[in-house]
Every structure is written in structure tokens, then in C-alpha cells.
Design a protein around this ligand. Structure first.
Ligand SMILES: Nc1nc2c(c(=O)[nH]1)N[C@H]1C(S)=C(S)[C@@H](COP(=O)(O)OP(=O)(O)OC[C@H]3O[C@@H](n4cnc5c(=O)[nH]c(N)nc54)[C@H](O)[C@@H]3O)O[C@H]1N2
Ligand SMILES: Nc1nc2c(c(=O)[nH]1)N[C@H]1C(S)=C(S)[C@@H](COP(=O)(O)OP(=O)(O)OC[C@H]3O[C@@H](n4cnc5c(=O)[nH]c(N)nc54)[C@H](O)[C@@H]3O)O[C@H]1N2
Ligand SMILES: [Mo]
Length: 762
């Protein structure tokens, strides 16, 4: 479909190269965490409203923090149960700023696209449904019923339901997600890609194959009681700050913490708890006793080394292995045949360091392995996760009262959304129950995941794109390609709280449907409603907003989905909207583990879903847990090429930019930076502060991101780091993990091209 008269809006944020560099920090938290929380709160909300949200967040009768999926303590909750970045997320959502029809009359989509992501977010909350008509450059108001009718008309006109794509971001509640997948499957497709495809999909696939369940096997209390904790590829100081409270507790009890990360992240080095008097004085507790500066994507080699060290010290749990696993012999044969030289070459960490960490893993009585995006976003992301499983199986640490796997999730309800059926390939048994409870035959053909959905839109095989939250354009790889894919669509629809770039790069017709956020009261005809979420350790609990909605025209996500379903399917879904207990009754009937949902979720703190691997029950093909064998990934980088990871700063939540600082890494006032080892920089003739273009190289194709400021930084040789989403333009759509299709956001081969120098800023 052509975009008649509309000029293209820029898919990438504008180039801004101001940056100030200071020394990186050696601890996370402290007084600055409190100061920054208060700054965000006062700037966006004001004190009265701000304190009201602070007192309700993560409390048993309050709302679930819209930031990460870190669990809440079951017993000892603090009066302020949130972190600096939770405070920023709340401030961003609960801001008192508003944008409505005047704003969109003033700015065309092309003009809006000239602004930074920070600017877009700072404009305030969306307040009414908006439409961008064919040929027009400005969004204009549209009544809700007309918006639903427009979507219904477009969906019904499709030659097949498979020509529509229904994306979900992991902030949607269980109730919204369940209704949404029901509507989508009743409409006739499994095209339900979600942010998880770009996130922990490698974990889900790897864990599913190896232990028969894609979820963590430990509780929060078990983490805090562990004696040995490894944190792989995760930056909790920024992305899961409340995890530092748990790590600090464990370390104070004598636990040993090992950080496996190319970067010496401040949050893994030490933590000053901002709610402790000494913490407020920046007195920090040292955390990791060992930092293994693994090369980017060196984890398979490193984990093989750890396993080899465990075997050499005879610390394997033979009884557990014999009773509960398969594949042990092949696993040992592979390790025997792998030399220490191959292992150290493969990860860039010395044999002595691997052996030191291996000794800790061997001696552990309660070993917990935690991980996040540093492991999943590689071609061999699934293999990375399966080697974590191998190590845990070797030590018999599943369901042993304390040890296990902690897959640290991102979005606050991404795990719950999957439990509710947001998945392009839900198992047949699940679909059978859905069909029986609702009296229809759900489609069985697997749907499209995120990468496949982009290909389908590009090829004209899908032409309606609907997003329940998120920022598809900026979160997905290959920004310019994804932009073209979205521009090919006849209709793109975004259910959103705040303005983002996916509202600007659209199909021929585009809709913005503004919804309530977590912090807001949700009142329906039967009274005030609550929703539910599931955290990283499978705890399901209620979330009740406390604030007056940003606008009377907002609808809740369940209401939007239900009204859309009514418009498309012609059924009456109003019962679901008037009382969310009616949705939960159906969830209880369809989803295993949710029996008596309405009663159990009303118990303060909620309930924990069953976790078969903890009981040493493995729903794998053999009924046992599986050791797996994978080769060490080989990176033969010719001179002048680097392996790049795209990571988050301390001032963003994914594509939502709260500020321009990355305080712990000492980078202030700008986001367009590329971090390289000082010796690599010197060798390449590059100097601190100079501007480079980054060119990625993949299967003979080149992609360019312009003008990044060079920052010498302590990371392994031949590795470099940039920030997401500015660098997404460099990630080829076809470069994704085997089996999980997670884009390789942390393994991008790049060259750095010299430009003219910037004036010295620091
Ligand atoms: N404040 C805030 N909180 C968030 C988010 C946010 O953007 N802001 N995002 C949320 C979401 S959706 C998610 S998924 C999580 C993300 O949480 P993280 O996974 O912590 O996020 P990233 O910044 O991608 O950091 C990945 C870490 O992995 C390391 N790393 C990169 N490559 C490798 C590698 O090859 N091997 C190893 N061992 N390490 C590597 C990086 O140095 C970095 O420390 O956080 C969630 N919470
Ligand atoms: N290069 C690179 N790319 C990555 C990653 C990476 O590490 N590197 N990480 C990947 C990961 S882990 C993830 S999870 C994805 C994230 O992908 P997404 O989940 O698609 O992106 P977000 O930036 O979290 O979405 C932010 C938008 O969600 C909307 N929103 C916020 N709250 C709500 C709400 O309550 N309801 C609704 N309906 N909308 C809301 C707002 O409009 C906001 O602009 O990005 C992935 N992309
Ligand atoms: Mo994520």
C-alpha cells in the first residue's frame, strides 16, 4: 500500500553528540539514588502526588511497580518498596503533563520525529484516541467507537486472519493479556509476537528443552539464603536495583557472589542501600568477590570451564545425575575433549580465574545462577542458557532446598503474559482447554514471532499491525527495515500510555488508543477493579492503582480489548469489563495453576504457581533433565572489527528515555557513545571524545549508524558497547538466535569509522 502524500517520518532519533565523561562509580545506590528518585518525582508529579504513589508501590494493597519483574518480599516489605529506577518509571507514567488534540494539531508526525526519545516521553500522557488518516501528517481525535469500527473494518477486510499481527509488550496485566489472546484466537490467528521474543525467549526455549519448564526454579528467600551466587550477563544495579537488596543480604550472611560480565558493573561491585543510614552516607557493602571479565559471547566457553573444574574436583552429584538426568556421558566426553586452552581462548578469562570460580561452584551447598540479556541475545543464546542448566545439574542443585536457576525477567508482567497464552505457539493441550471453555476451535497453525512478523509485513503478507503496549519500531532490530515494514501496513494501532516513535512511523492509517497505567484507579460498572501480575519467581498477585486517571477518556486495557472483540466478533464481552472477576474465572478454567484464582489472589501477597522442576519433575521428552552439548562459538574477527553489545543506560526503561545520564558508568548528558578498550582505541588511532560512524557487517551487508562519541572504557579487548535503541539500526533482522529467534542484540560485528574530532568536553 502506498503512503499517498505523507512524507516519511524519521525512524531513528536525531543525532545528538554532546557527552561529558567522568570516572565510573564503584558502587550502586547511595544518596544519589534518593536524590535522583526525588528529582524525577518532583519534576513529573509534584510532592503530594509523588509521595502517594511511593507509599502504594509494591505494597500488598497497592500497585505493582511498572518497571522490572523483580519479586516483592513475602514477609518483610519496606515502607518504600521500590528503587530509583522504579521511581523514574512511576514518575514517567504518573506525570501531571498531558498531550491532547492541540498538541497534535501543532506538530506533524515528521516534526515530532525530529525530536529525541527523551523529548517525546517528557511531553506527557496521551489523553484521547487519535487517528492519522491516509495522506494526513497530523493525528486528530477520533471517538472510541469509531476507532474500534475502523479496526474491525480493516481486520474483516483481510483475506485471512493471518494477515494481522497482534504484538504485546510485557506490561499488560494477566487479565488484559488473557482477553487479548482469546480475541486474537477467536479472530482466527496465532500471530501473537511479544517483547519476550527479543528478551528471554532463549531462556524459555533452553530451559524448556532441558528441564521441561521455562521458569526460574528458586524463590526470593532461597536467593537470599544461597551460599554461592553467580550473576551472568545482567546489570542489576540499573535494571533490577531491588535485587541488590537481596544480594546484599546474601553476602552479609556469608554468600560468595561471582559476576560474569564484560563490564565491571558498579551494581555488582558494591551496594550502598539507600534506605539504610550508612547507605545514605554512601557506605557500600562489597558484593562480588570475583569478577570474570568474559569476552562478549564467551559464556559457553566459560561455563564449560566451570563444569570442567567441577568435574576435575569430583564435586559432581552422582546420585542426582543418575536419578534425574540424561546425556551425562556425552557431556563429559565433550568436556574431556576440550582443552583449557580452547576454553580460555573462547572466553578471554584465565584458567586460574575460571578455576577459582569453579572452586566456588564446587564447594557450594546452595548454588544459584542468575542471568539476563547478556546471555540470551546471541546466536547461541539457547546454548548459553543450557550450559547454566548443565552446571546446576552437575551439582544437583534443582529442588534441593536452596539451589537453582533464576531467570531474571525484564518487563513487570512479561512472565505472566506468556502464562496467559501470549505466545505464537502455545501447546495444543493449552489450546484444547481454551477451545473447550469458550466453545470454539482455536487455530493450530503456529503464528509469527517478532522477527517473522517484520518479514511478513515487509513482504506484504501482513497488513494490519496492532500493539498492546510497547514501542515496536524502536525495540526491534534493523530500525530502518522495521520502519519500512510498518510503512507497508494498511493500518497500525498502538495501545499506549505515552508518546513514542512507533506512533510516528506507521501504516497508511494509524491509531493511538490511550490506556490507563498501573498507577491509576480502574473503575468499571461494578466498582473499582484490580488486575494481577506474575513476577520472576512465579508469584501471582494483585495490583491496584491509586491515582485519578490521566484523562476521563482513557480506557483500561481489558476494556479496550473487550470492545475491540465486540466490534470484530459481534459478541457481548461487557461482562468481562464490568467485573474482572469474570475474566479471572475463565483464567482459572483454562490456565493450569490458577484454580480458585479469585479467592487465592485476594490473599495479600498472592500465591505461587506450581514449579515441577523444584519437585524434580521434568516435562521433557524423556521425563528427565537433560545435559546438552554445544560447541564453543568461534569469533575470528579480522583486524578493525569489534564485537558490539547494545545495553541499557541508568536513565531508560527500554525505549523510554528518562534522562541522558548513565551515572554508574560516568557518562553524562548524551547517549550516542561507543565504549572500547583504551588500548584498542589507541591501536585504531582513535581518541577519547572523537566521533566515529559505526558500521555493522553481516553476510556481506553493511549498516551504518552515524556519529558516536568514542569512550575508552574497561571492557575486554575487541569488544565494544553502545546503547539500545540508538544502535538497533545496526542489528540485522536476519541475525538472531538459533531456535529462539531472539535478535543478536549483544553480538553485532562492527567497524568504527573515524570522523572529525569533537571539541574536548571533559
Ligand atoms: N531501569 C531499567 N530497568 C529495566 C529495564 C530498563 O531498560 N531499565 N529493562 C527491563 C527489561 S525488559 C529487561 S529484559 C531487563 C534487562 O536487564 P539486563 O539484562 O541487565 O540489561 P542490559 O543492559 O541489556 O544488560 C546486559 C548486561 O549483560 C552484559 N553482557 C553483554 N553481553 C554479554 C555477554 O556476552 N556475556 C555476559 N556474561 N554478559 C554480557 C552487559 O555488560 C550488561 O551488564 O531489565 C528490565 N529492567
Ligand atoms: N538492541 C537492543 N534491542 C532490544 C534490547 C536490547 O537489549 N538491545 N532489549 C529487548 C528487550 S529485553 C525488550 S523486553 C524489548 C522491549 O520492547 P517493548 O516492550 O516493545 O518496548 P518498551 O520500550 O518497553 O515500550 C515502551 C512503551 O510502552 C508503552 N507503555 C508503557 N506502559 C504501558 C502500559 O501500561 N500499557 C500500555 N498499553 N502501554 C504502555 C509506552 O507508550 C512506552 O512508550 O526491547 C528489545 N530490544
Ligand atoms: Mo526484556
Amino acid at each position: 500500500m502506498s503512503q499517498s502524500k505523507r512524507e516519511k517520518a524519521a525512524a531513528q532519533p536525531p543525532i545528538e553528540t554532546q557527552v561529558t565523561l567522568r570516572e565510573p562509580k564503584h558502587f550502586a545506590g547511595g544518596k544519589n539514588a534518593v536524590i535522583k528518585s526525588a528529582e524525577a518525582m518532583t519534576r513529573e508529579q509534584g510532592w503530594a502526588r509523588g509521595v502517594k504513589t511511593w507509599l502504594a508501590v509494591n505494597q500488598k494493597m497497592g500497585f505493582d511497580c511498572p518497571s522490572c519483574a523483580w519479586p516483592d518480599p513475602t514477609d518483610h516489605r519496606s515502607r518504600f518498596e521500590f528503587c530509583e529506577n522504579g521511581a523514574k518509571a512511576i514518575a514517567s507514567e504518573a506525570t501531571t503533563k498531558r498531550i491532547g488534540r492541540e498538541f497534535f494539531a501543532q506538530y506533524s508526525v515528521q516534526e515530532l520525529a525530529q525530536h529525541s526519545d527523551l523529548w517525546l516521553d517528557r511531553q506527557g500522557r496521551l489523553t484521547e484516541p487519535l487517528v492519522l488518516r491516509p495522506g494526513s501528517d497530523h493525528y486528530a481525535p477520533i471517538p472510541w467507537d469509531e476507532a474500534f469500527a475502523l479496526i474491525a473494518e480493516n481486520l474483516k477486510a483481510l483475506a485471512s486472519p493471518d494477515k494481522a499481527i497482534f504484538y504485546t509488550s510485557g506490561r499488560a496485566s494477566n487479565e488484559a493479556a488473557f482477553l487479548y489472546q482469546l480475541f486474537v484466537r477467536r479472530f482466527g490467528t496465532n500471530n501473537l509476537p511479544d517483547c519476550s521474543n527479543m528478551c528471554h525467549e532463549s531462556s524459555g526455549v533452553g530451559l524448556g528443552e532441558s528441564i521441561g519448564s521455562g521458569k526460574s526454579t528458586v524463590t526470593l528467600a532461597e536467593l537470599e539464603n544461597a551460599d554461592t551466587i553467580f550473576v551472568f550477563g545482567q546489570n542489576p544495579g540499573t535494571n533490577h536495583p531491588r535485587m541488590l537488596t537481596s544480594l546484599q543480604k546474601a553476602v552479609r550472611r556469608g554468600a560468595k557472589l561471582v559476576a560474569v560480565n564484560p563490564l565491571p558493573e558498579a551494581g555488582l561491585t558494591a551496594f550502598a542501600h539507600p534506605q539504610e543510614p550508612l547507605g545514605m552516607l554512601d557506605q557500600a557493602t562489597p558484593l562480588a568477590c570475583l569478577h570474570l571479565p568474559v569476552r562478549i559471547n564467551g559464556d559457553v566457553a566459560l561455563l564449560k570451564g566451570l563444569c570442567k573444574a567441577v568435574l576435575e574436583s569430583g564435586a559432581q552429584d552422582e546420585a542426582f545425575i543418575a536419578a534425574h538426568t540424561r546425556g551425562y556421558e556425552a557431556f563429559c566426553t565433550d568436556l574431556d575433549a576440550t582443552s583449557w586452552q580452547e576454553l580460555t581462548d573462547g572466553c578471554g578469562v584465565s584458567e586460574a580465574e575460571i578455576r577459582a570460580a569453579g572452586a566456588l561452584a564446587s564447594q557450594a551447598k546452595r548454588l544459584v545462577l542468575c542471568w539476563a540479556m547478556g546471555l540470551t541475545q546471541h546466536k547461541n543464546g539457547v546454548a548459553n542458557v543450557q550450559y547454566l542448566v548443565n552446571l546446576v545439574l552437575l551439582r544437583g542443585m534443582l529442588g534441593k532446598g536452596g539451589g537453582g536457576l533464576l531467570c531474571v525477567r525484564g518487563h513487570s508482567n512479561v512472565q505472566g503474559d506468556r502464562t496467559m497464552g501470549i505466545y505464537e505457539k502455545m501447546p495444543d493441550t493449552w489450546l484444547d482447554r481454551l477451545g473447550t471453555v469458550f466453545g470454539f476451535n482455536p487455530p493450530r497453525k503456529h503464528g509469527l514471532d517478532t522477527v517473522e512478523a517484520i518479514h511478513a509485513m515487509l513482504a506484504g503478507k501482513a497488513s494490519v499491525f496492532f500493539a498492546l503496549g510497547g514501542n515496536f519500531l524502536s525495540a526491534t532490530p534493523d530500525t530502518e527495515v522495521t520502519a519500512e515494514a510498518l510503512r507497508q501496513c494498511g493500518l497500525t494501532v498502538q495501545v499506549s500510555t505515552k508518546l513514542n516513535r512507533s506512533h510516528l512511523v506507521t501504516g497508511e492509517t494509524a491509531l493511538i488508543l490511550p490506556c490507563l497505567g498501573r498507577t491509576e484507579r480502574d473503575t468499571q460498572t461494578s466498582g473499582e477493579q484490580f488486575v494481577t501480575v506474575e513476577d520472576s519467581v512465579s508469584n501471582v498477585h494483585a495490583s491496584r492503582g491509586t491515582l485519578e486517571p490521566a484523562s476521563p477518556a482513557l480506557k483500561s486495557e481489558p476494556a479496550i480489548v473487550a470492545e475491540l472483540a465486540q466490534a470484530v466478533l459481534g459478541d457481548d464481552w461487557s461482562g468481562f469489563v464490568s467485573d474482572y472477576d469474570r475474566i479471572r474465572e475463565k483464567i482459572a478454567a483454562v490456565v493450569p495453576g490458577f484454580e480458585d484464582f479469585n479467592t487465592r489472589v485476594r490473599v495479600p501477597g498472592g500465591f505461587v504457581l506450581p514449579n515441577p522442576p523444584r519437585e524434580r519433575q521434568f516435562a521433557t521428552v524423556s521425563g528427565k533433565a537433560h545435559f546438552t552439548v554445544h560447541p564453543i562459538p568461534q569469533w575470528q574477527l579480522p583486524p578493525g572489527e569489534w564485537l558490539m553489545m547494545t545495553i541499557r543506560t541508568h536513565d531508560q526503561f527500554n525505549t523510554t528515555i528518562y534522562g541522558n545520564d548513565d551515572r554508574y558508568r560516568g557518562i553524562y548528558g548524551g547517549r550516542r557513545v561507543v565504549l572500547v578498550h583504551p588500548d584498542d582505541a589507541a591501536q585504531a588511532g582513535l581518541t577519547k571524545g572523537e566521533l566515529v560512524d559505526i558500521v555493522s557487517v553481516f553476510e556481506g551487508e553493511e549498516r551504518r549508524a552515524e556519529q558516536f562519541v568514542l569512550v575508552p572504557y574497561a571492557l575486554p579487548r575487541r569488544c565494544c558497547a553502545t546503547y539500545f535503541p540508538e544502535a538497533n539500526v545496526l542489528i540485522p533482522l536476519r541475525s538472531h538466535a538459533d531456535k529462539s529467534k531472539t535478535p543478536t542484540s549483544k553480538s553485532v560485528v562492527v567497524r568504527l569509522h573515524k570522523l572529525t574530532s569533537l571539541p574536548e568536553k571533559s
